[in-house]
Design a protein. Sequence first.
Length: 278
Amino acid sequence: MTGAAPLAADVAVIDLGAAQLALAAGLLLAAAGASLALRLGLGRRLLLAATRSVAQLMLLGLVLKWVFDSEGPWLVLAVMVLMAIIAGFEAVRRTTYRLPGVRGASIGVMLLSGLLVTFYGVAVVIRVEPWYAPQYVIPILGMVLGNTLTGISLGLETVLAGFARDRERVELLLAHGATRAEASRDVVRLAVRTGLIPILNAMVAAGIVSIPGMMTGQILAGQDPASAARYQIFILFSIAGGVALGTVGVVLAAARLAFDDRDRLRAERIRSVTSSAR
């Protein structure tokens, strides 16, 4: 890889064992205790989420070790496609509105935006050899998908709620001769803007309010802080590109699905679902 900085010679990576993780769990128990004291009703959810995250991350570690030990691109590509499909499904599941066809659109857009941004990053920016090196493409794709998922969820929630809420206004514009794109422009703009807010906030706060996760991980692993900062800048730009492509793509797809072939708004297709139904 071009421009890689070696690990600091005098810094040893400290491996974490079960005892250290048990001590770290004390912090979570403190949070659960605060929930119990304030009667927030979140203690059980915190413990369940912690148990689930531990199981998922340990399983991920085993799967990634298997993938990293493999040769050839096919297993790596299969894992990447599976990650994008799950992310596209989860992006819709997190919303409180449903529209026929939008789940397929979300999965398709997630595949396109996530893989496109990741391969551009590893092949053009970092110039990894080989291009499918799993220790690069899978973590980068994971960070892009995780943030794109949030952007798509927020954008999709906003655009569908906007059509359900502003149905009369949109239909009035259509009745006065506006095209589908013109009638839905304000709803679409608000949805895209909403989807981009988290990554914009993250970029503004990076390096001042917070040290982003990838940079923190590299520093803990002994990487030169200046090199870690450059990698984090690359990741932030990649995430921003993925979020923008994903959010715009899904919002536009949802806006198209909300209308029929005669450019009539079919707000009755949009239905609200409860949290239990999701």
